[in-house]
Design a protein around this ligand. Structure first.
Ligand SMILES: Nc1ncnc2c1ncn2[C@@H]1O[C@H](COP(=O)(O)OP(=O)(O)OP(=O)(O)O)[C@@H](O)[C@H]1O
Ligand SMILES: [Mg+2]
Length: 262
């Protein structure tokens, strides 16, 4: 995305703080996400990356500061309200519904954003069946995109690890988000699987017009896919910029990049 085409931010974080009994996990975070952007958030273990996602999605409440989504203050909202407004996430530790099929994992997520009218459901009205068919078709299309179409009827817990990670993304996308937060989508993957995730991130952004924040320790993926990167260390933003500048930033090399493979 050209930097002069950014427009209004879709997400704006101002002076965000999160403390856990005296441990300052996030300190005065200021950051912005623009429509269609792929923003990377990197930093050492314990830097606060997942805590930032938890605050953005209502899994934990910020100690102070503000989160604005499309100009509205969402800092105090709970997770369901945030999902309904259009922010979805994946989890660092996979949290699928293991005993449901792959298809049903996606179908459940669709309904978080598109609740059914119960009267229609009870009456099994044609409009309800049509909606059901549309949603199933859409879910299968999502599975196709993530290479999971042939696994639609398998139980999620029986999928290989890499496929489970892809299903996490498909499920998040099924809530029809405008912002997708990916917490280490390539964790534990080999280079080929990671390359596939790279392609999927770009395709998801382009096809569904979502803005993406990517938390990842795989520096090749982050540097290649992100347009801008924020670096956290001990809960603070220590650098922000384009990948080429971040790669050469002495503070970032000292605190993080010098210690990970790229
Ligand atoms: N629920 C919690 N209660 C207490 N401390 C927590 C809690 N969640 C996170 N922390 C602490 O907050 C800090 C930031 O943790 P966080 O999980 O956000 O790091 P991270 O950047 O995601 O690390 P990683 O790369 O290992 O996933 C760590 O010191 C962690 O121990
Ligand atoms: Mg984390």
């Amino acid at each position: 995305m050209a930097s002069d085409a950014k427009g209004q931010p879709i997400l704006q974080v101002s002076r965000l703080n999160k403390s856990f009994r005296g441990l300052h996990a996030l300190r005065d975070i200021d950051s912005t996400l623009f429509p269609g952007e792929i923003l990377g958030v990197i930093g050492p273990n314990g830097a606060g990356k997942t805590t930032l996602f938890n605050c953005l999605t209502g899994y934990t409440s910020a100690t102070s500061g503000q989160i604005r989504y499309r100009g509205q203050d969402i800092t105090q909202l709970r997770t369901p309200a945030i999902v309904q407004r259009g922010i979805a996430r994946t989890f660092q530790n996979i949290r699928l519904f293991g005993a449901l099929t792959v298809l049903d994992n996606v179908r459940v997520a669709q309904q978080l954003r598109t609740p059914f009218n119960l009267v229609e459901v009870w009456a099994s009205a044609p409009s309800f069946r049509r909606k059901e068919d549309d949603l199933t078709r859409q879910a299968l299309a999502h599975l196709e995109l993530f290479g999971l179409r042939q696994d639609a009827d398998q139980l999620a817990m029986n999928l290989p690890y890499g496929a489970q990670r892809r299903l996490e993304i498909a499920r998040a996308l099924a809530t029809n988000p405008q912002i997708l937060l990916l917490d280490e989508p390539a964790a534990g993957m080999n280079a080929t699987e990671t390359d596939a995730v790279h392609g999927m991130i770009l395709e998801v952004r382009d096809r569904f017009n979502v803005s993406i924040i990517l938390v990842e320790h795989d520096m090749r993926l982050v540097m290649n896919v992100c347009e801008r990167i924020v670096v956290l260390n001990y809960g603070e933003v220590i650098a922000e910029g384009e990948p080429a500048a971040i790669r050469q930033n002495p503070n970032v090399i000292e605190s993080y990049l010098g210690k990970v493979q790229s």
